[in-house]
Design a binder for this molecule. Sequence first.
Ligand code: GAR
Length: 202
Amino acid sequence: MRTKRIAVIASGRGSNFQAIIDAIKEGTVPATCIALITDNPKAYAIERAEQAKIPVIVIDYAAFASKKEYEQALLAAMQRVNPALFVLAGYMRIVGKEIVDAFSGRMINIHPALLPSFTGLHAQRQAVQYGVKVSGCTVHFVDDSLDGGPVICQQCVPVLDGDDEDALAERILAHEHRCLPEAIRLFCEDRLKIDGRRVRIR
Ligand code: GAR
């Protein structure tokens, strides 16, 4: 099968990015990762990209006078890279409407909760504080709502009595590392079809 060109956008540690790199290397995801874009010049994801010989583009959020200027620079970089798919893997900002519109159906995100519960930041903390008995992770297409685009796949984990935010985050993360490469695989195999709110898997 021909591989698809993908690019990853990440803000920090990049363990999901690493899971993607590893899955591509193992041959389970038919993709070539052509770039890492980050808003954070200190992101550990940069080292992971360098190790894997993946080009890095830093669009340093702090270097821009406004969110609007930052988003314009990010959009320009994304248009230059122009992959089949953008993967938001721990990107900690809300994506602006112009970018969402430019890459509609070509941008996915991993979120550490069972959407539509616990959108936004600190999803694992929200789950512990709410007292739910199960949580998990969701991979979804990005639209102009907050973590509200059509769902591609989800995995759930139990929330145990002694859990704090970190313990739950760690349990969920192990599932993220399987769920995200799986969603990318399905995309790259042309098996995902957005049908209203539903994502059909062919
Ligand atoms: C992951 O848990 C991811 O789901 C979450 O940030 C973490 C990044 O970890 N993303 C969000 O909360 C997005 N709102 P990583 O950098 O090790 O992949």
